[in-house]
Design a protein around this ligand. Structure first.
Ligand SMILES: Cc1cc2nc3c(=O)[nH]c(=O)nc-3n(C[C@H](O)[C@H](O)[C@H](O)COP(=O)(O)O)c2cc1C
Length: 147
């Protein structure tokens, strides 16, 4: 079964709610999902997955340090091994959302394939935001199934 790594950071739960909704969307499409906080995710999780979803709160217009740390730990050791694997991403923010730029830059550095535009959600996710997150998961699942 195809596998996706959903890796995220959260302090107050907003990003986690979105991550769980993405997971739900993918599982309803028959994808095996590994959901991990960035501080607990490792190189093996990255290498053994067929696609990725990155989620972060916006911290000072950048991704959370914990997610950056995950990328720092895995970028060179995974070099050349995950090229063109599909990804999606989302940002939980308080009215800004510029952190999305740092996520996309990192995904380019890993040479991943962007499946759709990032999802940006302000504050506590509402029902429609969770639905959008679910759709994000479904889009990634569809792209993986096609490969
Ligand atoms: C240290 C810190 C820095 C933040 N910086 C920004 C920012 O630059 N722009 C923004 O829109 N929100 C900013 N926020 C708000 C968070 O991105 C927002 O509350 C988010 O929903 C938190 O996600 P979480 O509930 O998953 O922890 C910041 C919050 C914290 C704690």
């Amino acid at each position: 079964m195809a596998k996706v790594l959903v890796v995220y950071h959260t302090q107050t739960g907003n990003t986690e709610k979105l991550a769980l909704a993405v997971k739900e969307g993918m599982e309803s499409s028959g994808i095996d999902v590994i959901l991990k906080k960035a501080s607990e995710a490792n190189l093996e999780d990255l290498l053994s997955s067929d696609g990725y979803c990155f989620g972060t709160p916006d911290y000072f217009s950048y991704m959370a340090g914990a997610l950056k740390d995950f990328f720092d730990r895995t970028c060179y050791p995974s070099e050349g091994k995950i090229i063109n694997r599909p990804y999606v991403c989302f940002v939980s923010h308080g009215g800004g959302g510029k952190a999305v730029g740092s996520l996309e830059t990192m995904a380019k550095r890993f040479k991943l394939k962007k499946i759709t535009e990032p999802l940006l959600v302000e504050g506590k996710p509402k029902k429609e935001d969770l639905q959008k997150a679910k759709e994000l998961g479904k889009k990634l699942a569809k792209a993986i199934m096609k490969r």
